[in-house]
Design a protein around this ligand. Structure first.
Ligand code: FES
Length: 115
């Protein structure tokens, strides 16, 4: 079997850490799964990726890469928790693909709205 080339590279930061990520499309189910694997974030991704708990927030403001359309579930969850800051997305709703290349992903640490 030919190993996958890790051709998707980006920076992940939060909780005082900054990690250079190298991955490939399909290595992880979604961005939340990757983050759970690479970094310890307390109470992150509590609903395991169904888009309902709102604990897997990322700051994507100013990143050209994360252009994926927001699905109804994601929008409803952000509305439910009154997440008003533009550019916040649920990492469980974002796939690992070339859109992430050369971006910097920041985990939202202040998530009082979703407690
Ligand atoms: S893991 Fe629950 S909304 Fe993303």
């Amino acid at each position: 079997m030919i190993p996958h080339k890790k051709d998707i590279r980006f920076t992940l930061s939060g909780y005082g850490e900054e990690i250079a990520i190298e991955t490939f499309e399909g290595e992880f189910r979604n961005l939340m799964t990757l983050i759970n694997e690479k970094m310890y974030v307390p109470d992150f991704g509590e609903c395991k990726g169904i888009g309902r708990c709102g604990t897997c927030l990322l700051e994507t403001k100013g990143l050209g890469g994360l252009s994926a359309e927001m699905e109804r579930n994601e929008k409803a969850t952000l509305d439910k928790f009154a997440v008003k800051m533009p550019g916040l997305r649920l990492s469980c709703q974002l796939m690992i693909n070339a859109d992430l290349n050369n971006t910097s992903i920041k985990i939202v640490e202040e998530r009082e709205d979703v407690r």
